[in-house]
Ligand binder design. Sequence first.
Ligand code: C2E
Ligand code: MG
Ligand code: MG
Ligand code: MG
Length: 291
Amino acid sequence: SAKTHGRNRFNYFTPAMQNDAQKRMLLVQELKNAILQQQFELYYQPIVELGSEDIVKVEALIRWNHPTMGFVSPADFIPIAEETGMIIEIGNWVFSQAVAQSAKWKQRFNVDIQISINKSPIQFRDDTTDVSDWLSQMAEQHVDAKNICIEITEGLLLEKEQNVEAKLLAYREAGLEVSLDDFGTGYSSLSYLRKFNIDYLKIDKSFVNNLTPDSNDLSLCEAIIVMAHKLGMKVIAEGIETEQQRNLLEFAGCDYGQGYLFSHALCSEEFENKYMQQYVAPMRLNELVSG
Ligand code: C2E
Ligand code: MG
Ligand code: MG
Ligand code: MG
């Protein structure tokens, strides 16, 4: 009956959930203004070669600094941006920003450093964002295709839509590289690795968190690394926080690493001050940090 239904609903919405719903509504409202009011900023987290700790590229990570809420985590607002479709506009902003940054680093420091950007599956499905728009933006700013890498997740590769496959192919044909992000947390349908040409496989940080000798997680990492190499892919481990994790992964043959052990994500100014002012190719994290 309506009464029972009403009572159930009353029980269903606990204060905590009500706050979640309210929080969500607030975020939807505020997201709409965020681009216009320039509340977003891209941060850059170094990805290093495990052996030398040379920086080989950076991952662009969006930061939302809201005037009253402060920093809002992408884990909180990216899913909402995806549900509401706002991710299209945000994604285009991220891309333009990364291309402009790449052009600036080339101009000011003569550095070709690849910027890896996260691309939501929603953007791949969207027809208003055309691959050629992005390619012409890069051409206009004289940014080489090899300086941009696109991070996608496993779910995208499961999509039946021809569109997704065609777009992915178009990026690769233009010379952009492609990373498979958060590997191991999605559907992990291995057959898709053979169908799509992927340059890098990123081992999700949940496998790196509890990495110890003789752990199942280490066996998994070792197996992923061997498989990726046999398929011609390089491996990046994310979420490396300790020397032990770094050493175990390096010994297992992992190519690259990303994590707080090496560096947090930094705003462009901080990144430049730390790694570019005294730039001598190739960038050596050790020397630059101590020197
Ligand atoms: P992701 O693409 O897997 O990015 C890696 C996340 O791990 C980042 O979180 C990074 O700050 C964090 N991380 C890096 N090293 C460590 C570490 O050593 N320990 C731990 N615990 N975490 C580490 P962040 O910046 O909060 O981003 C979360 C997620 O939000 C990203 O996961 C990505 O899926 C999404 N995201 C971030 N920026 C963008 C964007 O510009 N566009 C889209 N579509 N998604 C984005
Ligand atoms: Mg990523
Ligand atoms: Mg990742
Ligand atoms: Mg992740």
